[in-house]
Ligand binder design. Structure first.
Ligand SMILES: NC(=O)c1ccc[n+]([C@@H]2O[C@H](COP(=O)([O-])OP(=O)(O)OC[C@H]3O[C@@H](n4cnc5c(N)ncnc54)[C@H](O)[C@@H]3O)[C@@H](O)[C@H]2O)c1
Length: 279
């Protein structure tokens, strides 16, 4: 059921690659809620993904932009203002990529060129998106900017590698730029820390199935899926969350505040029983 929560609001959605992408589901929900937007992704994703199908479904235009390029971001804003007829109210940064994770590089043998690439694509791009937005004055007052994070910013997940550092930087940028955006533009900036989710970026991490299943058992509500994340983002773009800013918002079914759950206890007891039977 739609509530018209975003009627009259305009924005930009970064990062819809295929129908599993969190940005893809968000675009569908934003459209259902009456929002208008431009879709963007890295030029290479235009060939690999299916963004034009999504654009057709939502009646949107697609503007390719590498989120690490200030020139591309500037061009994206210029064209968006022309297409949507003025300033915008929301931006979703749904971007992440680590060459070290992608190529299975061990954390103790990390490639530092790639590490810098991870930071640039997955974290500094968020700063760039906001810096260019500020300089070009593209945001309306009481607008909302969201980026997606993961709890590896606070806790260690061995195979998440340099993405953990990228997420820590991303969350820090949300606080620092959030202060500035709030003071000068009345625009709010937050990160949403999402449960493990079955997407191209998510499943690229070694052992994803195991920590997806572990997180599910450790969350009293179960893992938050991409659709519920999309709904949360809609809420964060709506006028009902005007005073929330500079936060890292946990969207994880209760995972981050659970020490242990009965599901994990039952699972471990089952393991112990079967290993004592084998002895
Ligand atoms: N899937 C998970 O388990 C999970 C959990 C928590 C947070 N997140 C975060 O959610 C966000 C979206 O990821 P997803 O899971 O939907 O996967 P996804 O692979 O569908 O999306 C990642 C997107 O980043 C884009 N991208 C990569 N390099 C880019 C560049 N230079 N310029 C512009 N775009 C670029 C890709 O083309 C892709 O569309 C990421 O920030 C990810 O870290 C994912």
């Amino acid at each position: 059921m739609a509530y018209n929560l975003l009627k009259g609001k305009k924005g930009i959605i970064f990062g819809a690659l295929d129908e599993k992408s969190i940005a893809w589901l968000t675009a569908e929900k934003v459209s259902e809620e009456g929002g208008e937007f431009v879709l963007t992704n890295a030029p290479i994703a235009m060939r690999m993904g299916r963004i034009y199908e999504l654009a057709e479904k939502c009646g949107s235009k697609v503007i390719p932009a590498d989120a690490t390029s200030l020139v591309d971001i500037g061009n994206l804003y210029k064209e968006t203002e022309e297409i949507l007829g003025g300033k915008i109210d929301f931006i979703l940064h749904s971007i992440g990529m680590s060459p070290n994770v992608r190529k299975g590089r061990d954390y103790g043998d990390i490639n530092y060129e790639w590490f810098l690439k991870t930071l640039d694509v997955s974290a500094l791009s968020f700063h760039k998106v906001m810096q260019v937005a500020e300089k070009m004055d593209v945001m309306n007052e009481w607008g909302s900017i969201i980026a997606l994070s993961y709890i590896a910013a606070q806790r260690t997940y061995p195979d998440y590698s340099d993405m953990a550092q990228a997420k820590a930087v991303l969350e820090s940028i949300a606080r620092s730029y959030g202060y500035r955006m709030a003071r000068d533009k009345k625009v709010r900036v937050n990160t949403i820390s999402q449960s493990p989710t079955v997407t191209t970026a998510g499943t690229g991490v070694t052992g994803f199935d195991i920590f997806h299943s572990f997180a599910d058992k450790m969350s009293p509500l179960g893992n938050a899926d991409a659709e519920s994340c999309a709904e949360y983002i809609v809420a964060m773009f709506s006028d009902f969350t005007r005073m929330v800013t500079m936060q890292n918002l946990m969207h994880d079914g209760g995972f981050s505040n659970s020490g242990i759950t009965h599901e994990i206890v039952d699972f471990l007891q089952g393991l112990e029983k079967s290993s004592s039977r084998e002895k």
